[in-house]
Design a protein around this ligand. Sequence first.
Ligand code: NAP
Length: 251
Amino acid sequence: MSSDAPVILITGGSRGIGAATARLAAAQGYNVAISFVSNEAAALTVAADVRAAGRQALAIRADGADPQEVARLFAEIDQKFGRIDVLVNNAGVIAKQSRVEDIGFNRMQRIFAVNAIGPILCAQQAGKRMSTRYGGRGGVVINVSSSSARLGSPNEYVDYAASKGALETFTTGFAKEVAKEGIRVNCVRPGHIYTQMHADGGEPGRVDRVKDTIPMGRGGQPEEVARAILWLASAEASFVTGTFLDATGGK
Ligand code: NAP
């Protein structure tokens, strides 16, 4: 185990794409911090897997939509690791499939707070630590959007799609703002991926229902998105910033 290892924070790392990214990051040599909100047992399992790979792990309960909890999350990373090299803004929520006229105000606020504002709060904290402007050594931010930002998700979750659109515009602006400060900022757009998120939308079998609409004819696995995220985080992507990488099977 090396304390010189780079440190990656993956928000929403207890399940799905975030958990797959945490496990792959450990295999690639990162020390790993993850955040979660409700499922502590799942988060601790991911942390144990990171340690089993010979890396250090930190699992912190922190609602990405709460500025104080986000500040505490980064303070705990400072205390344990003393550095942060990569931020993956992965935490996201969806809600029951609905038409626009049936979407309630509280739901709209929560979707935008977690999916759009939360990543900006985390980027503020990471940017202050990474930027050469403040004496940092640089870093990478990867925002996890969705192909829904392009497609709009009619009759399902237009509010969710719109929140991802906001995240994408934030990606473009923040990438340009910090490009000369050693920070690369990019975005991954997953398509239909087998995770528990679809159950939260009210249709656990959604990926199999829609898979014939995907040019490759199948849904994706969380690990296939994790590999795209970690390529953008790597030095292999050293001249890549402000861009969008679709992991959608062609949709
Ligand atoms: P998931 O299986 O539902 O997992 C979501 C993760 O986010 C969990 O670890 C959850 O923690 C955490 N989380 C939820 N609200 C949070 C909050 N307020 N603060 C911090 N963490 C929070 O989701 P997924 O399918 O892996 O999706 C990951 C990302 O990919 C999301 O941004 C999603 O929009 C995007 N995406 C997914 C798909 C897909 O088909 N699955 C497609 C396109 C884009 P707890 O377990 O503690 O609740």
